[in-house]
Design a protein around this ligand. Sequence first.
Ligand code: SF4
Ligand code: SF4
Length: 454
Amino acid sequence: MSETDISFRDRPINMDEKGSRKWVYAKKPKGKWYTRRTVFSWFVLLFFVGVPFIKVNGHPFILLDIASRKFILFGAIFWAQDTFILTLLMLSFVLFIVLFTVTFGRLWCGWACPQTIFLEMVFRKIEYLIEGDYRKRHKLDKGPWTGEKILKKTAKHSLFIMISIAMTNTFLLWFIGYEKWFEVIAEPIGNNLSGFLIMLIVSGFFYWVYSFFREQICTMVCPYGRMQGVLLDSKSIVVSYDYKRGEPRGAKSSGDCIDCRQCISVCPTGIDIRNGTQLECINCTACIDQCNSVMKATGKEPGLIRLDSDHGIQHGHKTIWNVRNRAYSVVLLILFSFFIYTLLTRPAIETTILRTPGLLYQENTDHTISNVYNIKIVNKTHDNIPLEIRLISHEGEIQMAGNTMDVKDQAMFESTFILFIPEGQLKSDKTEVEFGIYSNNELIETYKTSFVSP
Ligand code: SF4
Ligand code: SF4
């Protein structure tokens, strides 16, 4: 094998010996898998654009309100206090990705990752439309700046900029909700100057990624791609070249691969899948379509490149289940069940009562001692809850500062109150007191804290 043949082991395929970028002019894929991927991408794009507009009983289906530290996922509200439940959900998600990768390789990257969906199904399709397929694009890029080239490049980049701005604003909908977004854009820019500048910077970043940086996100930046080495094994189903059938390659050789290099021409990361599973392969399946069309033209069986495992290619049958993914499935099931249990059994409200910092106690003329407390109640439901606080461990009186305790849906109630306890009930300088939070005379939560006295 010549040095050139094994250069993929030393450096990314889209880089030359000096480390300079080699632009990938991928051919437009065509075939069964590309059609499936296109249809699937419509659903992913619809999900991305449509979810912020979905309401369940008048509430967002998903809202990632980082500013208020409030997250609504599938209609359920999570506050900062629910970090444990959110951690369980995130762990389940990570484990699911691991399980999926162990079983089906990097299929997520090629089919569902927003980076690939936008690059291959939005930006690249606009490029095909305006500049044509790979040969025409290559010729246009290398050619002089004619009127046609200026026109095509201006049209393409104008559309890219517009889509980048639309993408940023769609992302924004996930974080602030569409009502707030409509409010913000109706106001003069000066009212939200910092937000506007952030929007421009993010849009500029998207434009740069999809116009120039492109597949390097997958091959050089994304940490997920780098985990493949530890996640994949010989039974993982990945886009594979059947070397047993294909080799020896060449038009006059006895193997089925005629060495036409068509599989390389469609690859968005520019690799040769015949070199085996590589970090740069995003499992987009474009090479399967391309090779199948070559097999059809040469009168051979399709599937020289197919979704299969190394084990499947060596032994002629593929098995999806193995010890590793069975074990991951069990752990995932346990973790997800625990998440569901904690979600279903979490209290409707969460109360925090703490003595006001910096204040000690007050001795009153009516022979009572008083302490000042801050109270915070988070309502995790979609209903307004009228609440009342009572002292249940001692006889005493609570004087709430102003507000009635009517906690609005998905809102946080914060206030201050003074607790008076007769001196005779206090046996030491620090007494544990217990409060009851009632709604319509029903005790729904208790909270213990300390009361200081002389
Ligand atoms: S497209 Fe198929 S036949 Fe052509 S080089 Fe690739 S694997 Fe070989
Ligand atoms: S090798 Fe095939 S599946 Fe992998 S990225 Fe290239 S075209 Fe897609």
